[in-house]
Write a protein that binds this ligand. Sequence first.
Ligand code: ZN
Length: 410
Amino acid sequence: MLTRRRTWSALAAAAGLALLTATTPIADAQPAPARGLYSLQGAHTSAQRTAVANAGVDIAGSSDGTLSVVATPEQAASLRANGFTLNQVGDFDQLLAQRSKGTGVYRAGDFPSGDEGYHTYAETTAELQKAAKDHGDIAKLSSVGKSFEGRELNLLTIGGGDNKPGVLFTCNQHAREHLTTEMCLRIVNRFTDGYATDPKIKEMVDGHTIYVIPNVNPDGSEYDISGGEYHGWRKTRQGQGVDPNRNWDYKWACCGGSSDNPGAEDYHGPSAFSEPETKAVAAFVDSHAQQIKTHIDFHTFSELVLWPFGFTEDDTTEGMTQEEAKRFQDVGKEMAGTNGYTPEQSSDLYITDGDVNDWAWGKHKILSYTFEMYPKNGGGLDGFYPPDEKIGEQTTRNDAAVDIIIREAK
Ligand SMILES: [Zn+2]
């Protein structure tokens, strides 16, 4: 499957125009519009927040009617004209550059200076290889496929075997949400290192199969830290990028919960599963659908526990009975009781379509949640890029909730 750009490159090369395309890359032809980071007030209802999302801005966090958004000056003016209050925190790209300076010592290929505690894709892969090597009796490293740029989509399988109820953890659909990769690594290390010494861990591992995919979007996360600076990148790296969490093939692009503009941060892609990453993870789930019972997909930020459906504001609808909705609410509230997050139906935040929870439940009846991790409020760039000192406390914070979602796989 070729994208339009790759088709053009192939045609140009065939016509002897390779030099032209090489010296005039389309992406560099126009300067990128200035992006501001804003605190937006007055978005108290799901309908209001959906309207903000539909304006094409990048919503990074939501708390008590205040959104943290990245917008162009035109988008900001349009939102103000529609009654929202926007205070500019700063120029987004300048803030990113400042945030990236850190200690001033940058090692090529690593996170920006000062944040080296985060794991790059290579470091994450090495951690998974070590877990599989040190715990070969219970852990196995494999891959569900390759990213657009050819990186393996690593899968670490812990415990049980194919006949034990399965639970799936996925992280890093959104490129810049690096704390989520650390969350998946926390799960891997806790259930492998703890197996020999902690009877509770041993019981959970023996009774289940735990599947962990720490990097669903490794091209995006590597791009986001390239060159020693954060780029504020959210999407995949095919074409102008696709929001992978609007690309799943259930009610895809149905309901105004994603954009058909390729430049938008919530662009749903030219078709459902246009992205090799979502397609590969979905194929893995399809092939284990009888076994996988529960799922958490980790994101940042806002400290929320979210459940389907996202495409409709209705609590119950076709594919979601009252009893099923109550189970989502009960388990969601129980998990939120352990980590202090706010539990709610996904569409209570704003309408989304084509997200992973709607697909996992809608297609396979997997009890599927999204966790929006630390922090609750944005406060400048800390919502996007919490300092690496936060990794330990903010991943262990979810240990008890992880235990609950494993318990619910039965
Ligand atoms: Zn996200």
